[in-house]
Design a binder for this molecule. Sequence first.
Ligand code: FRU
Length: 495
Amino acid sequence: MSSQTLREARKYEEASAKMIHSDDRPSFHLSTRVGWMNDPNGFSYYGGKYHMFYQYHPYDPNWGPMHWGHAVSEDLLHWEYLPAALAPDEPYDRDGCFSGSAVTLPDGRQLLMYTGVVKERQWSGGFQEVQTQCLAVGDGIDYEKYEMNPVLDEKDLPEGSSRFDFRDPKMWQKEDGTYCCIVGNRPADGSGQILLYTSPDGFQWKFKSILASNRKRFGKMWECPDFFQLDGKWVLLTSPQDMLPHGFEYHNGNGTLCLIGDFDEEAGTFQDQHDQSIDYGIDFYAPQTLLMPDGRRVMIGWMQNWDTCQQRAKDVLWFGQMSLPRELSIKNGRLYQRPIRELDAFRSNKVAYQDITFSDTIKLEGIKGRRVDIELNIRPGDEQNLYHKFALRFAQNEKYQTSLSFRPRENILKVDRKYSGSRRAIIHQRRSKVKSENGMIKLRVILDRFSVEVFVNDGEQVLSATLYTSQSADGILFYADGTVNMDVVKYDLIV
Ligand code: FRU
């Protein structure tokens, strides 16, 4: 039986989502049905469809008591909204149903695990959120919360661990049919750790080990962990809060972290050997992955960052979109990401130019648009005299533009939306160190109405950013300081 709170949310979202015109949303990136969206949750393949749940506050395009929104898709590009799946309606989750994940049970039902939040008054004044892990079981549309909730609480924490920062369970099923889950937590040192739990049936859970410890290396609390095998290694993804910058690798604030290493399954411990950012742009956080039936590991992140939530469209009923689904692999010890190959089927109106040499600003006939896929091969136009800068300017008109610029002498790639129309004093630029030799770089740039995602050197690095420039700004320009030689292929994305 669904609660009054959930029924109201379902009624509200159904009526108010009709007020958002489909042209005012991203076209092939999942956006909230209405109101506010943050983290992807319960990313799964169930009943022949991909399911994506998300952190959701339907009533307002600002964060509030967390529900789980729900959408399904057959190709991860066309999404159909389903009624909200969870509402904060029980004593153990009355202040929010925070992030979590999904698995399929042997009897065919879908099991969701999420973080239940309850505000607790503190002796010292104010409130703190107590966080526990809870379950709900359903059929792909309606979910019933488990009567024994919460299934993990403070008694399941190792010594010294905080019951206020204990969230975002990611479950998976092992080959022997038993289940594991990992949860983000704050240990006594005030930074982050990932806890590992095991279960014979998905319902009874037991603490196994501390899978990984931050030891104050990467920010503080580690949110939204994910852990999986990829190309013979183990990968731990997490989103650390309160990062300090580290060269061009990590930036201040909420960041993303990919650790690659080995997993000692007996001991339940992960040894990291390599670290990197997951995304080097401005807006990306809390990604979750899915193993597709054909064996691909696909990741979708919240294409937003807590520190830049003032970057938004005005006077609209929605806030929050997901990134493109990205196929993951490991190459040369690094995480690589490529846009999901299903996108290729929606490329049309190909316009290609080869071997164009230029040394100022040029426009190319047929190259414009806000829903486009652009492939660029950039080379020096003069071998003896390396150019200083190449730039791609898009979402451009007389007044606005967003740019992607590359300086081959420093190997710095910069995304800059300072002139995209934002009136807020927040971060609008990010620079990233990229690999390039002799001024050569390969870029794939995907625009979808309110975002840009840049895949560098076949997915070695990705930079994502949102932009809310009016859609009439659809110009695309190329700029060179020095002489650049370039191949460019552009497709419209009609999804
Ligand atoms: C990450 C996060 C999670 C939490 C959720 C709350 O973006 O802070 O840790 O579960 O958002 O909405």
